[in-house]
Design a protein around this ligand. Structure first.
Ligand code: NDP
Length: 325
């Protein structure tokens, strides 16, 4: 396993990490969840990603039970939670002080840990002043309940604003962002966030490296039984992921992967790892074989030569442009 610093912080994250969205407490049973988490840990993964919204908290309960059962030394892993979607009633959703504090306490309980290493604002909350959110996160860190706080799917402007608030009041600002990053979603990581990397040393833990499985090529022929795209509550995902134009590109990428003698899943994850602004690529898996295969991406990074990179750019045709003024 390779370890990278999370932006300008001293924290070391495994370059490949493991998340539980869709799977834990929902698509897969507790035994498979345990097998997956153990495999991840044994292979050197030290960051496990979670959120209050995943399976309405059930995912954190499942992970907490496994962490307790295995008894792994707390200093050997990093565990996260995210706050935003806690429920439908007023103050159960968003980034007001009340919900952030309550969500933190609830996550600590579900995960059965004394502190969260990473705590993310899962989305921006345009109805709560950013200063209220920054103050609350700072206070949780002062109380020892959170070690680092960050954001997920915030814009560069919102993150910058949070930094300015932190600077003004001498508070601890957000140090990591969790954006989607894969061959189809590149704008933030390759253009919009560039000033944040140079100005603030922002770390990134990127999600959906396979665009929810699309970039394995497995959807080219059919909808495999038991796969994520078959889940009823993810119909919206199926509609946005399985478009004709994306599938056309996937077919060409599959051909390139075949020529290189590697699987498209490994090539797609390795492509994310090539970006030096990525601190950790969060993997998802519903079966141990998938995770085993995806871990092999570390060996494929070397196959992405400038020539291969050029071929990928030609297929994708979506290289983001960064305008410097
Ligand atoms: P991916 O894009 O890598 O999709 C993972 C899914 O693809 C698996 O669950 C599996 O689904 C399929 N798959 C994985 N590997 C293979 C393989 N080798 N061959 C065939 N199929 C494979 O990542 P996720 O979308 O799951 O995101 C990863 C993590 O990122 C999440 O668990 C979560 O922690 C985080 N995340 C954060 C978000 C945020 O808003 N901050 C949003 C989304 C994710 P199947 O069961 O269909 O086979």
């Amino acid at each position: 396993m390779e370890y990278r610093r999370m932006g300008k912080t001293g924290l070391q994250l495994s370059a490949l990490s493991f998340g539980t969205w869709v799977t834990f407490g929902n698509q897969i049973d507790n035994q498979v969840s345990e097998d997956l988490l153990k495999l991840a840990y044994e292979q050197g993964i030290n960051f496990f990603d979670n959120a209050e919204a995943y399976a309405n908290g059930q995912s954190e309960i499942v992970m907490g039970n496994i962490l307790k059962k295995t008894g792994w030394d707390r200093s050997t892993y990093v565990v996260s939670s995210k706050v935003f979607w806690g429920g439908e009633k007023p103050n159960q959703k968003g980034l007001m002080r009340k919900h952030i504090v309550e969500a933190c306490h609830a996550a600590l309980k579900r995960l059965q840990v004394d502190y969260l290493d990473l705590f993310y604002c899962h989305r921006p909350d345009v109805h709560t002043p950013i200063a209220e959110t920054v103050w609350t996160m700072h206070n949780l860190i002062q109380q020892g309940k959170v070690l680092y706080w960050g954001t997920s799917e915030w814009s560069a402007q919102q993150i910058t604003e949070a930094h300015y608030v932190a600077e003004r009041y001498k508070l601890i600002g957000p140090v990591m962002e969790q954006p989607q990053y894969n061959m189809f979603e590149r704008q933030k990581m390759e253009a919009e966030f560039l000033p944040l990397f140079s100005n603030f040393g922002l770390g990134t833990t990127t999600f959906s490296p396979l665009a929810s499985g699309l970039l394995t090529g497995k959807y080219l022929k059919s909808l495999p039984e038991g796969s994520r795209m078959q889940l009823k509550d993810l119909d919206w995902l199926k509609r946005s992921a399985l478009t004709e134009s994306k599938q056309h590109k996937v077919a060409q990428l599959q051909q390139l992967a075949d020529e290189l003698g590697v699987s498209l899943a490994k090539l797609s994850i390795a492509w994310c790892l090539k970006n030096p602004h990525v601190s950790s690529v969060i993997l998802g898996a519903s079966r141990p074989e998938q995770l085993r295969e995806n871990l092999g991406a570390l060996e494929v990074v070397k196959n992405i030569t400038p020539e291969v990179q050029e071929k990928i750019e030609t297929i994708l045709g979506n290289k983001p442009q960064f305008q410097e003024f």
